[in-house]
Design a protein around this ligand. Structure first.
Ligand code: CP
Ligand code: NVA
Length: 308
């Protein structure tokens, strides 16, 4: 069973294959109306369940459109409306869904839910975000970086802000794709050490630099994300904002990165909180290419999972 659960648990050659497939599939449908079927229909006859236990705009729509372009059918399900949200076990849900659909994508809270779904499903399972990681996003981000500036290997990526789930998948990717990664943020919001230790063991250069100006030195790519994630308690909002304010990406901070550095954000963004509108809408920002590439990267991930 080929699941796509995380970047660190997917073979580096397979990850590279996914990026190459995503780029080729994007090129092949350049300029076509969004609803045009792909020339190849690798998901013809396939049914895909998209389960959301948290809100989503990009993940929901890009998976749905991607499946349809490849000839498959989707059902978008809210976890709260399923028996899953009313006490049915994840294991039983996984076994039942496997009788109806060919592929499951789930966005959930606890990583354990994803892992149990994958353990008991007899069809592939894709991680559409958990409290700990967001691998589909970072595959799209790598595709986006490489479209603009070529191979990411050996480049310097700087993450400013909360060491959250999206950052964790960047740490995984640093180990697998061989780029350098610097985290700048307050010590209370550091990423889990286990992510960093594992990426370092794979040879990645991961640094933690408290001073955001120093961190930006030589950056090829600058990334941030919301200061309060969906799984964070709203009661932490004010404290987080106070701690993270020095790490806002603005023109003054971007000026310390390389002049041609790119800016990325997985979106949704909180304009003028973690990043200024001037940077989001400025010439270095590739945020809408990132959002588009969710579609192409995930189509390639689904083909990989289904061996098609
Ligand atoms: N970046 C991302 O996953 O966006 P959504 O929450 O809208 O799916
Ligand atoms: N870190 C954010 C990412 C949203 C796509 C969250 O988990 O809410």
């Amino acid at each position: 069973m080929t699941h796509f659960l995380d970047i660190n648990t997917t073979d580096p050659a397979d990850l590279r294959g996914i990026i190459d497939t995503a780029r080729a599939m994007k090129t092949a449908r350049d300029g076509l109306p969004k609803g045009t079927p792909d020339a190849e229909q690798p998901l013809a006859g396939h049914m895909v369940a998209l389960i959301f236990e948290k809100p989503s705009t990009r993940t929901r729509i890009s998976f749905d459109v991607g499946v349809r372009q490849m000839g498959g059918q989707t059902m978008v399900l809210s976890g709260a409306d399923m028996q899953l949200g009313h006490g049915e076990t994840i294991a039983d849900t996984a076994r039942v869904l496997s009788r109806y659909v060919d592929l499951i994508m789930i966005r959930t809270f606890e990583e354990q839910t994803l892992l149990e779904m994958a353990e008991y499903a007899s069809v592939p399972v894709i991680n559409g975000l958990t409290n700990r990681t967001h691998p589909c996003q970072i595959m799209a981000d790598i595709q986006t970086y490489e479209e603009h500036h070529g191979p990411i290997a050996g480049k310097k990526v700087v993450w400013s802000g909360d060491g959250n789930n999206v950052f964790a998948s960047f740490v995984h990717a640093a180990g697998q794709f061989g780029f350098d990664l610097t985290f700048t943020g307050p010590p209370t919001l550091d990423p889990e050490q286990v992510f960093i230790d594992e990426a370092r063991a794979k040879g990645a250069k991961i640094e933690i630099v408290r001073d955001p100006v120093a961190a930006m030195e030589g950056a090829d790519l600058v990334v941030t994300d919301t200061w309060v994630s969906m799984h964070d308690p709203q009661s932490a909002r004010e404290r987080r904002h106070n701690q993270l304010r020095p790490y806002q990406i603005n023109d003054a901070l971007m000026a310390h990165a390389k002049p041609d550095a790119l800016f990325m954000h997985c979106l949704p963004a909180h304009r003028d909180e973690e990043v200024t509108s001037a940077v989001m809408d400025g010439p270095q920002s590739v945020i809408f290419d990132e959002a588009e590439n969710r579609l192409h990267a995930q189509k390639a991930i689904m083909r990989y999972c289904l061996g098609r």
